[in-house]
Design a protein around this ligand. Sequence first.
Ligand SMILES: Nc1ncnc2c1ncn2[C@@H]1O[C@H](COP(=O)(O)OP(=O)(O)OP(=O)(O)O)[C@@H](O)[C@H]1O
Ligand SMILES: [Mg+2]
Length: 275
Amino acid sequence: MAQQAVTGASPGPAQLGEPLLKVRGINKHFGPVQALTNVDLDLYAGQVTALCGDNGAGKSVLTKCIAGIYQIDGGQFFWESKPVAIHSPRDSSALGIETVYQDLALADNLDIVQNMFLGREQIRNGLLNEDDMERSAGKTLSSLRVTTVRSIRQPVASLSGGQRQSVAVAKAVMWNSKLVMLDEPTAALGVVQTNQVLQLVRRLRERGLAVMVISHNLNDVFEVADRIAVLHLGRMAGQDRADAFDRQSVVDYMTTGASTRSRRADGDGEKRGQS
Ligand SMILES: Nc1ncnc2c1ncn2[C@@H]1O[C@H](COP(=O)(O)OP(=O)(O)OP(=O)(O)O)[C@@H](O)[C@H]1O
Ligand SMILES: [Mg+2]
């Protein structure tokens, strides 16, 4: 399945099996603001799902609900088909969910190894096991073919935006994660660095991980996504295979919550917009 996705052909729903994570009927409000209303989302292993939506649509809130940072008001998560409760970031990471936040991903004053092991430092005989941590960090970075970093003992403050994102992603995959969520990973990046990050996203897919990428950039979306889900004012306006959308229909869903353009005509699309 993963191999097929790498070649660009996204498997149809019949071959995908059950989603790794099924989100059903999620509601979340902050005081009078209803941020999410009855949201469904399916995230599949070996697939990149782009989560799109205009500013304030609810993308970050949905991500944080899945990450356990926000408590949901109602709804249910299913992980590998079983109902699960996510009440804290600890619950989320215990399932194998890692989140890369654009801004607070890394500690500037620490080096790459320290960042990758932050909060999970390895101790031997009461001391930090620097050698092992350095070896694991180096191995993870090279397995993801992150090659532009000069030294893994470099403070993260000295890295470029793309390198920082790469380290944040490597940190996420080092912990046997099954689902990696990236909130706007390319927003601050130039063309070359954006391509590096998108390449990294493809490698996560090759490894069979489920990847969710939030992006405003439709070039990026159509470049890497196997599936697209569009939020509009806190509701899931539509989600389907990426080839069921074109740019205009994604823009339509983003701006109006609906699209009059016809979707894929082969009949196996599971159009799942709801209101
Ligand atoms: N902590 C909070 N307290 C109150 N309201 C919030 C909070 N977080 C988000 N909201 C509101 O929830 C809605 C969805 O916000 P969210 O951050 O998810 O948008 P987004 O889709 O990520 O937008 P952007 O593309 O601008 O990042 C917005 O109306 C926002 O004001
Ligand atoms: Mg956001």
